[in-house]
Design a protein around this ligand. Structure first.
Ligand SMILES: [Zn+2]
Length: 129
């Protein structure tokens, strides 16, 4: 079974609405060279990539569950997702990107505020180089 990446999940839409409310301009599902994963939200100039991680698929410590049926298969699958997330983080970091991960359970407004602070900081840093 292939895990198809769900786009425009409620968590993503809520976060995007909160970012728009802060007048931040972002790109959705931008593909970055050298990685196969697309950030859910990307700030090109600031080089900030945001992923909204589903609690189940990405092993949220609060809400992640291990299905009982086909337990071994699920364990490998979900662990694989988490490993892939860390790999994505490392690849993006190597390209000079700041990776921001938001759980789908996170409150969108406070997540957006934290992202906005990071975007502004990255823009100031890049302006100085
Ligand atoms: Zn969660």
């Amino acid at each position: 079974m292939q895990v198809t990446r769900r786009r425009d999940t409620p968590g993503e839409l809520a976060l995007r609405a909160a970012l728009s409310a802060l007048r931040l301009r972002y790109r959705v599902d931008l593909s970055l060279p050298g990685t196969r994963r697309r950030p859910d939200v990307a700030f090109l100039r600031a080089k900030v990539a945001v992923f909204v991680d589903g609690c189940f698929w990405h092993g949220c410590p609060e809400h992640g569950t291990w299905p009982k049926a086909n337990a071994a298969w699920w364990r490998a699958k979900l662990k694989g997702n988490v490993l892939r997330d860390r790999d994505t983080d490392a690849r993006l970091a190597a390209m000079g990107w700041r990776v921001f991960r938001v759980w789908e359970h996170d409150e969108p407004k406070s997540a957006a505020a934290a992202i906005a602070r990071t975007v502004r900081r990255m823009l100031i840093t890049s302006a100085g180089t």
